[in-house]
Design a protein around this ligand. Structure first.
Ligand code: MN
Length: 718
């Protein structure tokens, strides 16, 4: 790309365009440049240089992508409507309908960019997709615009820099990847990385340079060996080293939780040959020279990625015991990997849509369809982020229709992609005629058949393995309705009981009076009131008491004061998947922890109390099955939770100090402690400790047990 930075005049641009497209209309480019220059002449870029440098740079990037002349002209003109007095009509008159359409579409896209909220970003993205569906060139010009802005981002304020860099990382880079434009994706990612995490970026730049230096000799040696063997086999090929881009390295470190030193494909060797069969030939050769690492061979030629990327990847143990990755592909595959969809616009002028590979558009059509079905822009953005950043599998319906799903998708995802009811009623699945579990991960080429049963309902467990946003939201929606039904039944019952207890007529439940009181809590209907009571969001006593005649009210208030709602201090930091806005608290008998199986119990007027699934309290209480609800920890918070622990030790001096030291080393806060000695010369310590989750607890239990003199460590649940 560096070579293009020397395009800083329109003459240089025209020269370059002619080098790949002699039929290009140079006059058109010169006119567009002159017009843009004139229109922007008063403006300066943030860095102080004349504004025209920006549209010229955008056109230069498009030129590098070998786009058609109209796109280049639109690149030169792209900011004129937005930033100057120019109108669409002006552009139409001077440059024709096609260019006017491109510039207008780009203007529409940039107009929504100024909003800041996440919602607006989602909306922005939606508009991008629609523009893309209309004419893919719009998005490619937008990419070029964003790329130049990213390259000159240092002139903006730190806040703006970060915001733009994030948007680039979250939306532009995955989109570029989805469209198969490898170099653009990498540059978007690296530039974003540089501005979002400057220190980490600098560190990696430094480390990669060092590694390159260290490995140079070694890799040269490998290249020579490979080249000699390829030559002996008379296969035409070039071998060279390629360095993984910085953000790619960073992602790998994050994903696999490894330090830089353990990322072994920082430098991979790439072999470019002429035909697919020679790719396999070279692969065989390499595998005969060195031992391949099991599970590392990937055949993206036989099964291309959804962005049409093709290549063979393999990792071998090299002569010095080091792992080395090889990527083997043809010239054509390499070109597609770098240029993706942009490869289709190369210099041929004329009608575009027909030349574009149908496969890109299948995906795009699906997206546009999906965005119509998901009215919530934010939800849609999440859906898209998931779908564009991960891999894809293609599977078949029994009728032979192809269905595209994200990697690791399951038969349940497949079922929901067919129809919501097929999803809800799905009880089993057959893949290639064999019965598989519902959590089976679909593979490319599988033929999937869903077995349904009328009256069957979705399970909360499905949320643990489904991959598509569609399946997730449908299941959650269903669970929400179910929870509401449960809340409603419970609330009705609680309300009726309360009325009876205060000697009020049950008919008051649906009376105007009670609705008036409900309205003061911003509840509008009888149903909503019952749900609120059932969920424990408001105290039934508080409502009913307001129905009492004055003197009794005072007296009863005394009786029921203990029943008053107390917002339990511990509910802070607890999230329960699938249920919103319900008041809940960890019960003080078993002190359940994240990571443990838990059950919820709907209390009277105190919301839901959470117990461990095996808590003795749940067994001793005469539990009303209607009041038990399925709950589950939602991950991702850093809170700690109290837990009762008992430690039995020998009665030895200094043991408490040792116990405390182990706890403090492991970041455990001691909330309460009492100690006593038994007559068997033993000491008993009762702690209340702040623990993160089940895993943390297990670790602490183990560490405490290892202390010399400790006899038993146990969790107390009652
Ligand atoms: Mn611009």
């Amino acid at each position: 790309m560096a070579v293009l930075r020397d395009i800083n005049t329109v003459d240089a641009l025209v020269d370059r365009v002619f080098s790949y497209n002699p039929e290009s209309d140079a006059n058109l480019l010169r006119r567009a440049y002159a017009f843009s220059n004139e229109a922007h002449y008063k403006q300066k870029r943030k860095g102080g240089e004349p504004y025209i440098e920006h549209p010229l740079a955008v056109a230069a990037i498009l030129c590098y992508m070998r786009m058609d002349t109209n796109s280049l002209a639109a690149g030169l003109l792209h900011d004129t409507i937005e930033d100057t007095d120019t109108t669409v009509e002006d552009i139409k008159e001077l440059f024709g309908d096609d260019i006017a359409f491109l510039v207008e579409s780009l203007t529409k896209l940039s107009r929504i960019e100024f909003k800041t909220s996440e919602e607006a970003q989602a909306e922005n993205f939606r508009k991008m997709l629609l523009a893309m569906a209309e004419d893919m060139r719009v998005i490619l010009i937008k990419f070029a615009d964003r790329l130049h802005n990213m390259r000159t981002l240092e002139y903006l304020s730190p806040e703006k820099r970060e915001k733009i860099a994030r948007e680039t990382l979250e939306i532009y880079a995955p989109l570029a990847n989805r469209l198969g434009i490898g170099w653009l994706k990498s540059e978007f990612e690296d530039l974003s990385f540089k501005f979002i995490m400057p220190e980490m970026y600098e560190q990696l730049v430094h480390k990669v340079a060092k590694k390159k230096e260290e490995q140079e000799g070694y890799l040269d040696e490998l290249i020579k060996i490979v080249e000699a063997h390829i030559k002996a086999a008379s296969i035409p090929a070039k071998v060279f080293g390629r360095v993984k881009h910085y953000y790619g390295i960073f992602q790998k470190m994050q994903k696999q939780k490894i330090p830089f030193e353990q990322v072994y494909d920082v430098i991979a060797l790439r072999i470019i040959t002429d035909t697919p069969s020679n790719c396999y030939g070279i692969l065989g050769l390499i595998h005969s020279l060195w031992t391949p690492v099991p599970g590392r061979f990937k055949d993206f030629i036989g099964a291309p990625k959804s962005n049409l990327y093709q290549s063979l990847h393999t990792t071998i143990i090299g002569p010095r015991g080091e792992r080395v990755e090889f990527q083997i592909r043809t010239d054509e595959m390499n070109r597609i990997a770098e240029e993706g969809i942009a490869a289709h616009w190369k210099y041929k002028e004329g009608d575009y849509s027909e030349k574009v590979d149908e496969k890109y558009f299948t995906w795009l059509r699906e997206l546009v369809k999906a965005q119509k079905e998901t009215p919530d822009a934010k939800e849609f953005l999440e859906e898209i982020k998931g779908d564009i950043s991960s891999g894809v599998v293609y599977v078949f319906t029994p009728e032979g229709d192809i269905v595209e799903l994200p990697q690791d998708a399951t038969p349940v995802d497949f079922a929901y992609s067919i129809h919501t009811m097929v999803g809800h009623q799905c009880i089993g699945a057959k893949v290639n005629s064999r019965i598989v579990p519902l959590r089976y991960q679909l593979q490319n080429g599988d033929t999937v058949e869903i077995v349904t049963s009328q009256g069957h309902v979705p399970s909360r467990d499905w949320l643990k393995f489904v991959q598509t946003q569609r399946a997730k939201s449908r299941i959650k929606q269903w669970l929400k309705i179910e929870e509401r039904k449960k809340g409603l039944i419970l609330g009705e019952e609680l309300l009726e009981k309360a009325l009876r207890r205060y000697n009020l007529s049950p008919s008051l439940a649906k009376s105007k009076e009670i609705l008036e009181i409900a309205k003061s809590y911003r509840i509008q209907t009888y149903e909503d009131l019952c749900v609120a009571i059932g969920y424990g969001r408001i105290s039934v006593h508080r409502i009913v008491r307001k129905l009492l005649p004055e003197p009794e009210k005072i007296e009863k208030e005394k009786v029921s004061v203990k029943k008053e709602v107390q917002r339990p201090e511990e509910s802070k930091g607890i999230k329960i998947e699938g249920i919103d806005n319900i008041m809940f608290h960890r019960s003080k008998c078993c002190y359940p922890l994240p990571g443990e199986r838990v059950t919820g119990f709907v209390t009277r007027g105190r919301g839901i109390s959470i117990h461990t699934a095996d808590c003795p309290t749940l067994e001793t209480q005469t539990i009303d099955a209607d009041r038990l609800v399925e709950v589950e920890w939602a991950g991702g918070d850093a809170a700690t939770y109290s837990v009762k622990m008992q430690v039995l030790t020998e009665d030895k001096r200094g043991l408490l100090a040792e116990l405390s030291a182990v706890l403090s080393i492991n970041n455990v806060n001691i909330n309460q402690l009492d100690a006593s000695t038994t007559h068997e010369k033993q000491a008993l310590f009762n702690f209340i400790l702040d623990i993160k989750d089940k895993h943390h607890l297990d670790e602490i239990t183990k560490k405490l047990s290892q202390i010399n003199g400790v006899i038993e460590v146990k969790r107390v649940k009652a």
